[in-house]
Design a protein around this ligand. Structure first.
Ligand code: SAM
Length: 275
């Protein structure tokens, strides 16, 4: 297989990619054998762990719907957005708040190829190829400038992205940058791997770190620190399936809240508002 170059970055089918492994775990088709090999470690050796990806995606969908329905926010910046999947942010936001504008940001060249193909005729949505660790480059990118009005509240989404940013790359500084760019009333969604302290989750963290050579799982206290200066809304920082469950979610009304698996506890979600 040949590596394909796109805007200076190359799609390398011989090297696993975070976006493609995640796509495989979610049942997508935009992945290669090398990605499926890593995904199968989770499926085969860590039974039940795939629930992390679904719980994360479901919490993100609920958060976008809630923001669109209840806050008047009509502009979203989705950082580390991933490959297009079943219900993307622009589709959820558009369903609840037609006319919403979305800037997707991802470093994976395949996300750009697929995202741009999907959004070819959509003038309210853009895919920007910039590293989340360079927020200024995202903020000043022509597509961001065109679509996002920074005088009006924005929803900034950090869904399953900051655990791919190491401590020495200053994840808190990245959140702080966006906090300082947006006006009061803006919302921040965070989902993030939680330090588990049990053998299965320690193994899962090791697999991810060895595969991608980076990443840091964090405690709830560390997640709260990432949201410094923001008001964390109810129900706080909780396991993703417990974050505002609704009738589309498996735990809703079942009383299963106390029976979540270690995997479902492993991904935390929170929504915060800039005062
Ligand atoms: N946000 C989506 C979700 O929650 O369903 C996708 C999450 S996926 C686990 C993480 C995504 O972040 C991948 O698409 C990956 O390419 C992207 N990513 C990782 N590091 C990045 C970086 N430094 N800058 C931009 N995107 C990054």
């Amino acid at each position: 297989m040949i590596a394909m170059t796109y805007e200076g970055s190359s799609i390398d089918p011989a090297k696993p990619s975070i976006a493609r492994v995640y796509d495989y775990l979610l049942g997508g088709r935009d992945n290669y054998a090398v990605d499926r090999e890593i995904g199968d470690v989770f499926k085969r050796d860590l039974p039940g762990s795939v629930a992390i990806a679904f719980a994360n995606r479901a919490a993100l969908t609920r958060a976008v719907a809630l923001i669109a329905r209840t806050t008047g926010i009509r502009q979203f910046i989705d950082l580390g957005s991933g490959l297009p999947t079943a219900d993307n942010v622009h589709q959820v936001a558009g369903r609840h708040a037609p006319g919403s504008r979305v800037v997707y940001v991802d470093i994976d060249p395949q996300v750009l190829v697929h995202g741009r193909a999907l959004l070819e005729n959509d003038d309210r949505t853009r895919v920007v190829a910039v590293d989340v660790r360079d927020p200024e480059a995202i903020r000043t990118h022509p597509d961001t400038v065109e679509l996002i009005d920074f005088d009006r509240p924005v929803a900034v989404i950090f869904s399953a992205i900051l655990h791919h940013v190491n401590d020495d790359e200053d994840p808190a500084g990245i959140v702080r940058y966006w906090r300082d760019q947006v006006p009061s009333g803006s919302h921040f969604f965070l989902s993030h791997f939680r330090s588990g302290n049990n053998p299965q989750t320690v193994e899962a963290e090791k697999v991810l770190q060895q595969t991608f050579g980076r990443g840091r799982w964090r405690t709830d206290e560390e997640l709260a620190a990432l949201l410094d200066g923001l008001e964390i809304l109810d129900p706080g920082i909780v396991a993703a399936p417990l974050w505002q469950p609704d009738e589309t979610d498996s735990v809703w009304g079942t009383g299963r809240e106390h029976e979540l698996t270690v995997w479902e506890h492993l991904i935390a979600a929170a929504l915060a508002r800039k005062p």
